[in-house]
Design a protein around this ligand. Sequence first.
Ligand code: SAM
Length: 260
Amino acid sequence: MTTTYVFEDAETEADAMLRHLAGMYDPFSTRRLASAGIARDARALVIAVGASSIASTIADLAPDGEVIATDIDPQHSPADPRVELRQHDIVTDPLPGTFDLIHVRLLLGHLPQRLTVLGKLAEAVRPGGVLLVEEFEGSWSSSVLAAPDPDEADRLFGAYHDAFQAALRGSGNDLTWSRRVHGALLDLGLEAETEGFTSTWAGGTHGCLLPRATAGAIREKLVRAGMAPTDIDAFRDLLLDPRLRVKGNLALSTLARRPV
Ligand SMILES: C[S@@+](CC[C@H](N)C(=O)[O-])C[C@H]1O[C@@H](n2cnc3c(N)ncnc32)[C@H](O)[C@@H]1O
């Protein structure tokens, strides 16, 4: 089985995916971080920052602290003089010390080494510190809330969903992972609570442009998994239709704290 990051060979659409992910989920992650009780002088680490504004949000919450943001490919991260941006592979590189806060969103499910990496992150959390892990629920097949032709929209979303899940599995992704995070953190000796978030998106907005960009990025993988090229085109067109309304992927945000 291939176990490479599923989006690594689709550079141009990957830009758009990261931007739309940030547009969909940064407000929710910001609320979660605001509820975490982060000290003004906290030392924080953001893993796989992508194009998100999470590192800047943390710099707002901890103006007297230190924020390091990392990614294996850090070129998409917004520039912020308060944030130290580093190229870093979470699987193979050591962590730069211990932290009061570590945030990781939408990465671990892709990594076959997810449990080892989670253990490495948990170990780097100081007593009283927080590890915030945010992942997608694996299933989003019935996401159409309104469409010009709801049955056809359901069919296209179903075809995409099945082929995308097959592509993810083929790349070593664990589709049960979002629901395993909570228990895995308890097993590591942390206290944990989980909250979910989804929202409604019209065609042409972030929640529709994300699957549109994804379908473009992994088009060949979708075709190999059985989705007809004409359905991929129709699906991508539909996602621009302002009459479409979908619910976004359910994000599960698990806030874990190391006991003092
Ligand atoms: C699905 S994106 C999520 C980006 C961001 N966390 C968000 O939620 O908006 C996954 C990110 O993980 C990064 N990534 C992939 N493999 C990685 C690794 N081994 N170590 C660090 N980052 C990695 C990718 O470059 C990409 O930015």
